[in-house]
Design a protein around this ligand. Structure first.
Ligand SMILES: [Zn+2]
Length: 324
């Protein structure tokens, strides 16, 4: 049965529920609270329904996550800053239009420099070197955080930059013979999510140009929706990762948009939110990424969704807020 009707009100209610109580299914994803907050706030913002009545409480809570090392933690418990939590906290502050006078931009860059390894990769926290966690996702979070620290300007001497050349070289070494990008150098198989992180990360760190091989690998991932790797099933999150990566190369026109849109809409849950595929239980991660993927399609305006910046994975006006 087709679910082509967009269940806008159910999605708004779903994200509001996520902000008050985390559904059990969300816990399986092992993402922390600041990440769930980001998906829910960003989902509501794309729907044009971000409710500001609880704004002050959320903003105060986000500032409590700012660590002494300049990054943000995943929870208010004492500890070092955490790179993915720093990315999601910054994006959440922007979505809430929080006054940014407490944001320590030089501290953010100091935190990034402490996370960066000699091979150009980034550890999730300072002092956690050499771990398998230093992957393209960390590089992407570092690239967005750096752009916020620099406020979109080139290094001007006031803030000491990370080693951008090494960061770019690390991402370059993640590219596989297939044309997509793997999580780390030496990992044989490319994947849609890590390909997005590498392409968008390179775009933020000085620009990216595809010789055609990455584009070809991504386009071949479309079945109707997108799979993450050859031989896998479609999953709505790959509609964002794959189409977002194509958008960094200005190649999104190569997508079969009606088939992609139809697959995503079929993954809507009757109670709001999206599962990873039709008939799957919704979770905040897939619910937000499904909306973000729809915001990249020609159906965006018809569905009443705000414009999204594919590289920042954030509504364009929230990106502008961080760079103002
Ligand atoms: Zn998924």
């Amino acid at each position: 049965m087709s679910q082509s009707t967009f269940k806008r009100n159910a999605h708004i209610a779903y994200f509001k529920r996520c902000l008050t109580v985390l559904p059990q299914a969300a816990e399986e994803h092992d993402v922390n609270r600041v990440t769930i907050a980001f998906f829910s706030l960003a989902g509501l913002e794309l729907l044009g329904a971000l409710d500001h009545t609880t704004r002050t409480g959320w903003i105060n809570w986000l500032w409590e996550l700012q660590a002494a090392d300049g990054g943000f933690r995943g929870s208010p418990l004492p500890g070092p800053g955490h790179l993915p939590s720093t990315y999601t906290a910054l994006c959440s502050l922007a979505l809430l239009r929080a006054p940014l006078d407490r944001l320590d931009r030089p501290g953010l860059m100091k935190f990034l420099r402490a996370c960066q390894e000699e091979d150009g990769s980034f550890a999730p926290s300072p002092g956690m070197p050499g771990a398998f966690q230093n992957d393209t996702r960390m590089s992407y979070c570092a690239a967005v955080t750096r752009a916020v620290a620099l406020k979109g300007e080139a290094e001007d001497g006031r803030i000491k930059d990370i080693d951008v050349g090494a960061a770019r070289a690390f991402l370059g070494r993640c590219r596989t013979w297939e044309g997509g990008y793997a999580s780390r150098p030496g990992v044989v198989e490319a994947q849609g999510g890590t390909t997005y992180c590498a392409a968008a990360g390179l775009s933020l760190l000085g620009g990216v140009e595809d010789d055609g091989e990455t584009t070809r690998w991504i386009v071949q991932r479309q079945l109707g929706g997108f799979q993450g790797r050859p031989g896998k099933l479609e999953d709505v999150c790959y509609s964002f990762w794959c189409c977002g990566a194509l958008a960094t190369f200005d190649r999104e026109a190569l997508v079969n948009a009606p088939a992609n849109t139809s697959f995503i809409l079929d993954a809507q849950s009757p109670i709001g939110g999206f599962g990873k595929a039709p008939s799957d239980f919704p979770d905040p991660f897939h619910s937000y990424l499904a909306l973000a993927a729809l915001a990249l399609t020609p159906a965006r305006e018809e569905l009443g969704l705000k414009a999204i910046d594919a590289v920042w994975n954030l509504p364009a006006d929230a990106r502008d807020y961080l760079l103002a």
